[in-house]
Write a protein of this length. Structure first.
Length: 127
């Protein structure tokens, strides 16, 4: 994802793609969708052109979509496109990763809750 009003976010996309290629085994295909946010801002405020987006997408063989999160324009289309890309094995990889992330969040919450309970119990014993 990048933003029309932040050229640096667009410039960093190539670095992110290199990072993905470096850390994903070559036998795995990871679906990528370039989403360009803030499509609703005035044309004179846009620092990234449609040609820049089209050229980057074509060069890197990835689909792209322009959205506006603020106005909810094309966000549903972007989500649907990503779900379409996350089919078959890619979907399994996504859910395996998501489940591990959720488990680690739940574990962190359990630890925090236990720590809070211990603190409350110590205070009760005190006085």
């Amino acid at each position: 994802m990048c933003s029309y009003d932040k050229k640096e976010s667009f410039d960093n996309l190539a670095k992110w793609l290199d990072f993905i290629k470096l850390h994903i085994p070559s036998n795995k295909q990871i679906p990528i969708l370039m989403m360009v946010n803030k499509n609703d801002i005035a044309k004179d405020k846009k620092l990234i052109s449609q040609n820049d987006i089209a050229n980057f997408a074509e060069t890197n063989k990835i689909p792209s979509i322009s959205i506006s999160s603020r106005k909810c324009e094309s966000t549903e289309l972007g989500i649907n496109k990503m779900l379409e890309l996350l089919s078959g094995d890619n979907l399994n990889i996504f859910f395996e990763t998501e489940n591990k992330r959720r488990e680690s969040i739940c574990d962190a919450k359990k630890l925090k809750s236990k720590s809070q309970d211990d603190t409350i119990n110590r205070k009760k014993k005190c006085c």
